[in-house]
Design a protein around this ligand. Structure first.
Ligand code: MN
Length: 481
């Protein structure tokens, strides 16, 4: 197991601390020694599986170690002090966070309460990685739920659907969300589930040849255009089909776009080239074209969607995207960061350590935000992954998204400094507040007490932090002006 785990991690983090990982694994095996799961296998298998699930998101070693040890406090005699001594504060805090979540028993099954419950959870949990570990834990528990009594299965499935799938959705981890939904669907509505599953299977078997023809047509055309690509079948989401039937009040037989394929390529430009090839090769279903590359969804999802008609009238939804967009579509922004990091390693001379903390901080911000407009701008800004690094006169390095202005810098230093910012000296010269910063500059903020944020400042700043602080100030001082 440990070798398998090490291999999975080394794919995205070759220089990870594998000794620490081995230590955590041995520690978990010893602590859970003699314990078995309802499946009959050793308990440590569960810890291993949860850790493996998290490698899909390319998470850091601390998170993986915490995953291996996540049930230690609750289920064994090991205490906090011992963990802290062996693994340090960060990992211990993560484990404690997961333990804390388990203590909040979600008794009230009302959906209306679920949102409050999730909010409370976010308030209590300081580190978003705790929630991601908990999601992976729940995913593995759902995969093995068949071994519990029917009553318990129903209770856990209901809880998963109302509490945990929304987290997966919000984080954009669609791989987990889809699986969690289907696993709970099967338990909560077994008849509906089986009906749709059987019908879906029949329809796929009947259409196997037509589907293969569409694929080989695309293969042939793109192959001769010398565009790099790979084709993936879209995984089925039975719960999604069921929801669609309910929404459109239609029977299964009239649901059309059950089949899909994804064409993954390297660049945005190639996405559009592929689109035009697909469009010239197939008959296109009217109004089926949506360009989520030009206009991304709220959670940064990007792809081009178009629906084509193949042999014998088979209808196939084609999604075209880059590898980068694909990663984000499957595992959300949580994975995207790390994905980008491992690619950017060579040019990231400025960032010696992987800045996991600030990106998790941002994910938390997303989870907590209420205002959808603010939410959208926040994501759009912060997901511009190009970062710049500027220093204060004292040598503190501040990381900002590319395009940040002098005023953004002032707010990044401290919100009070931002609020009273009169000007900024960049490398010794005074610049205007809307001056765009670049990496390596040294910035000194000049403040004056009688300076106050104005409406206009909102147009100057690009970071979510500065924007929300200025808005807050304007809101609170509305009547005074
Ligand atoms: Mn567990």
């Amino acid at each position: 197991m440990i070798e398998k785990l090490k291999r999975a991690i080394s794919e995205y983090m070759p220089e990870a601390d594998f000794n620490l990982l081995e230590k955590a694994f041995t520690f978990a095996s010893n602590a859970h020694f003699c314990q078995t799961r309802a499946t009959g296998e050793p308990y440590v298998n569960h810890c291993f599986e949860v850790a493996m699930i998290l490698t899909e998101l390319r998470l850091d070693v601390s998170t993986i170690c915490a995953a291996l040890l996540h049930d230690i406090i609750e289920d064994t005699l090991v205490v906090r002090e011992e963990l802290k001594e062996e693994f340090g504060e960060e990992i211990t805090a993560l484990i404690e966070g997961v333990t804390k979540i388990n203590k909040y028993k979600y008794e009230d099954q009302l959906t209306a309460q679920a949102e409050n419950w999730r909010k409370m959870l976010l308030a209590v949990v300081k580190d978003t990685r705790v929630i991601i570990i908990k999601l992976a834990d729940r995913l593995h528990n759902m995969r093995t739920i068949k071994y519990l009594t029917p009553d318990k299965q129903k209770k856990i499935a209901q809880e998963t659907l109302t509490l945990y799938t929304p987290f997966a959705h919000r984080l954009g981890i669609y791989m987990w969300k889809g699986e969690l939904e289907d696993l709970t669907f099967e338990i909560l509505e077994p008849e509906k589930y089986n009906e749709i599953r059987i019908k879906w299977q029949l329809r796929s078997e009947n259409n196997m040849k037509n589907l293969a023809n569409v694929e080989s047509q695309i293969n042939e055309k793109l192959g001769s255009a010398e565009i790099p690509f790979r084709i993936l079948a879209r995984p089925k989401n039975l719960y999604g089909i069921y929801k669609k039937m309910q929404r459109q009040e239609k029977p299964f037989s009239s649901i059309q776009d059950l089949f899909g394929m994804r064409i993954i390529t390297d660049t945005e430009e190639h996405c559009y080239q592929i689109l035009s090839i697909v469009q010239s090769e197939f008959e296109i279903v009217e109004n089926s074209f949506t360009d989520y590359i030009a206009v991304p969804k709220n959670n940064m999802y990007q792809s081009i969607h178009t629906t084509v008609v193949g042999d014998n009238g088979i209808i196939v939804e084609v999604q075209i995207r880059t590898e980068d967009m694909h990663k984000r579509a499957e595992y959300g922004i949580a994975a995207h960061w790390r994905y980008k990091e491992s690619f950017d390693k060579k040019n990231a001379a400025t960032s010696k350590t992987v800045d996991t903390e600030s990106h998790l901080e941002f994910i938390k911000h997303i989870l907590e935000s209420k205002d959808s407009d603010e939410f959208l701008t926040a994501i759009k800004t912060e997901c511009n992954f190009e970062q710049i690094y500027v220093a204060t006169p004292k040598g503190r390095v501040i990381k900002l998204p590319e395009g940040s202005t002098a005023l953004d810098f002032a707010y990044a230093v401290h919100s009070d400094i931002g609020d009273t910012c009169m000007g900024v000296k960049v490398d010794g010269k005074i610049v205007s507040l809307d001056y765009k910063l670049t990496t390596g500059q040294t910035c000194e903020v000049l403040t004056r007490k009688n300076i106050k944020p104005t409406e206009h400042w909102l147009d100057i700043v690009v970071t979510a932090q500065a924007k929300s602080r200025i808005r807050k100030y304007l809101r609170e001082n509305k009547n005074k002006r």
